[in-house]
Design a protein around this ligand. Structure first.
Ligand code: MN
Length: 360
């Protein structure tokens, strides 16, 4: 279904006459590019893009079916929108209350000739279009290749920051616009920090190392986590983290297997959480099992204990349970999964069994 048709169905369901989109993420599908400035205004009768001279030409060539207005000192957001509001006799106009500051919302409320209603158009981005899925597959392909590259690259003596820099440089060489978030590299005891950004710590033989990273391709994100063993003279099996790894892997696979259209998100979370609790590590898994992904790294719905959203084919979510043992280390394994009519399709090829770093 086209973007404007689904947005207008949403307007009807929300009892709104129009909506003013201002966030980068909700404008991007309309603009065809990512920009924090400019606005999209859509009523049942018309669709508008308001943008200043920095973006006007680019957006004009990327879009069809919108009236494009140039914002400058004489034509402001208020004069432009009020003209449409008056012309079409609009009374209830939605805006992104979660994204707009209190100051801005009050100013809009003062100046616009309509009643402003806080709304959450983000739900329109939950089921991805075929074109969006293609972009996310590409972002996942880049992350997957990069995971194998960095697995071979890691050696005792390198700092976590050096490893993160190599990973990000490799992703860009594979076509990523940028990393989709600050790369997490957590080795040894730092593995117990679920969001431990790469530090100056040097990695050592015998440690486990967790890397959580993603690529952005055509404005869409991937998100991937793997935990590797940095070999020493001993065997990985001697580490307490080896059995922890097997538990996290079983939990991750249980959650992926639970994915199918119609299933409430909290049931997928429970599938992973149960495996970890049964192994005695219930208190060591403090975060959600996963989150939707797309233009933003973290979108709704979530695989959390409380999210009752029912999965639909075309949604993409991560599955990333972990176990963290303070002072000792941690394990997390993360895939991106596409919800298909029959279940879930994992978008990474790298094996999830415990791999060691270094060549071969
Ligand atoms: Mn994630």
């Amino acid at each position: 279904m086209s973007l404007l048709i689904s947005l207008r169905e949403w307007l009807t369901a929300q009892h709104l006459d129009a909506v003013l989109l201002s966030s980068r993420q909700n404008k991007q599908p309309h603009l065809g590019l990512s920009s924090s400035s400019g606005f999209v205004f859509v009523s049942h009768k018309s669709a508008h893009i308001l943008v200043d001279s920095r973006y006007y030409t680019d957006i004009e060539t990327r879009t069809r079916g919108y009236q494009i207005h140039l914002l400058d000192a004489t034509q402001t957001l208020y004069s432009c929108i009020n003209h449409i509001i008056d012309d079409e006799k609009l009374s209830a106009v939605g805006f992104e209350g979660e994204q707009v500051s209190w100051e801005t919302a009050n100013r809009w409320s003062d100046k616009l000739h309509a009643r402003l209603v806080s709304a959450v158009p983000d739900v329109l981005r939950q089921v991805k279009t075929a074109q969006e899925i293609t972009c996310i597959r590409e972002a996942c392909r880049v992350a997957d290749l990069s995971a194998e590259h960095i697995r071979r690259f890691i050696q005792p003596g390198l700092s976590e920051r050096e490893i993160a820099a190599e990973l990000e440089w490799f992703m860009r060489r594979q076509g990523a616009e940028k990393a989709s978030f600050d790369t997490i590299v957590a080795s040894g005891w730092r593995g117990a920090l679920p969001h431990g950004k790469a530090s100056d710590k040097r990695v050592e033989a015998g440690e486990f190392i967790t890397l959580d990273f993603g690529a952005q391709c055509q404005g869409y994100c991937s998100d991937m986590t793997r935990t590797f063993w940095i070999p020493d003279a001993g065997a990985a099996e001697e580490s307490v983290l080896f059995s922890v790894y097997q538990t996290v892997l079983a939990a991750q696979r249980a959650a992926v297997a639970a994915i199918r259209p119609g299933r409430p998100c909290h049931e997928v979370d429970a599938a992973a959480r149960q495996v970890i609790a049964d192994a005695g590590y219930g208190d060591c898994f403090g975060h959600n099992t996963g989150h939707a992904i797309g233009i933003e790294v973290h979108e709704n719905p979530r695989f959390s204990p409380t999210d009752t959203t029912e999965l639909m084919a075309g949604m993409l979510l991560t599955v990333e349970p972990g176990i963290y043992l303070p002072g000792l280390g941690g394990v997390r394994i993360e895939d991106v999964v596409l919800v298909t009519p029959d279940g879930g399709e994992v978008l990474y090829n790298m094996p999830k069994t415990l791999l060691h770093t270094g060549e071969a």
